[in-house]
Ligand binder design. Structure first.
Ligand code: BMA
Length: 323
């Protein structure tokens, strides 16, 4: 596993002015990612000096050099939500059948909800609805139905960082028939107090491998005085019954080490939110030697790119547990 040499691959300097909302962007981070045809797409979270947050797309031929579109992503219909929506952010992108779905956090009065939108072409986006009814974040859809149901992982916000945002210590598995109404099935993993992943939340949507559903998540160590350290880790779920956790890494796979990860709007943050797995077999399983590109927000300020392979991530997920 290694960082790309061109890191950070996106900074505020790459974000064009989009009058009047986004001028002189302060930051660009926490991207959703997907391969669309032969293009790599990132759905970026950008902020203006007003601290308004916008989603903007970037595209690339090689997954490293991205150009940012001069257009704010608008989910048609979101304007009809009756309660005030302050920000939408942290998009996670899944392809299910021939449709692309985007789950994102919606900061609203009374907390954070999960929104879901769809697109066929990444030019027009439709808002499908609010897919939650409690304070919750980090919702990610599985790339296919399991046992006839849509599946997602999500992280209810049942705790709070010291004088900071609401957070959580358990990732749940939920199922749905329509992507809007969700039923909680089972808790998957919980925070390990005193270790690297005390608070946790899903990263990019899971990927199907012959060994199970491979999933990258983030963990927060909150026991360092005023610093919450955000890191990346990996876990593995049973293919037929994803409520069964087969493995979970002992060590993080990614932690703040570079200066642009250690310093910024929010110091000490590596927040993996998108990935592109390059190679699949004919039945849709990721190949173990496939290259994996993990895109992450660094210090809530820039975007980093981390390279790995399916095999390396599977090995990490099967490390002996912390006893
Ligand atoms: C989390 C979310 C992320 C953010 C991270 C670090 O609670 O708000 O969007 O990147 O904190 O600030």
């Amino acid at each position: 596993m290694h960082r790309n040499k061109k890191n950070p691959i996106l900074t505020r300097a790459d974000v064009p002015n989009i009058q009047p909302n986004l001028v002189d962007a302060t930051s660009v981070f926490n991207p959703g990612a997907i391969k669309f045809g032969d293009k790599y797409l990132l759905m970026l979270r950008t902020q203006a000096r007003s601290r308004e947050t916008y989603l903007v797309l970037a595209e690339s031929d090689n997954g490293v050099d991205f150009s940012v579109r001069k257009e704010i992503v608008h989910f048609k219909g979101i304007e009809n939500v009756s309660d005030r929506v302050y920000h939408i952010y942290d998009a996670r992108i899944s392809k299910i059948d021939q449709m692309y779905y985007i789950m994102f956090a919606m900061d609203m009065e009374g907390g954070c909800q999960l929104g879901v939108g769809s697109t066929k072409d990444f030019n027009e986006f439709e808002f499908l609805g609010i897919a939650s009814n409690e304070d919750i974040r980090n919702g990610v859809l599985f790339p296919e139905k399991v046992n006839g149901k849509y599946m997602r992982m999500d992280r209810p916000n049942k705790s709070q960082h010291d004088s900071g945002p609401t957070s959580g210590t358990t990732i749940w598995l939920s199922e749905s028939d329509d992507l809007i109404n969700w039923k909680q099935l089972a808790p998957l993993i919980s925070g390990r107090f005193h270790y690297w992943d005390e608070f946790i939340g899903s990263g990019p949507p899971p990927v199907k491998t012959r060994k199970g559903w491979l999933h990258v998540y983030h963990g927060v160590a909150g026991h360092f005085g005023s610093a919450n350290i955000y890191q990346g880790g990996v876990m593995l779920l049973d293919l037929q019954d994803p409520s069964k956790v087969i493995g979970r890494c002992r060590h993080n796979i990614l932690e703040p080490r570079e200066i642009w990860e250690l310093a910024g709007q929010v110091p000490n943050v590596c927040f993996p939110s998108g990935w592109v797995v390059e190679d699949f077999d004919d039945e849709g399983f990721a190949l173990s030697d496939s290259d994996v590109k993990i895109y992450y927000g660094a210090a809530d300020t820039v975007v980093g790119l981390y390279h790995s392979s399916i095999q390396e991530l599977l090995d990490a997920a099967m490390e002996p547990e912390i006893k």
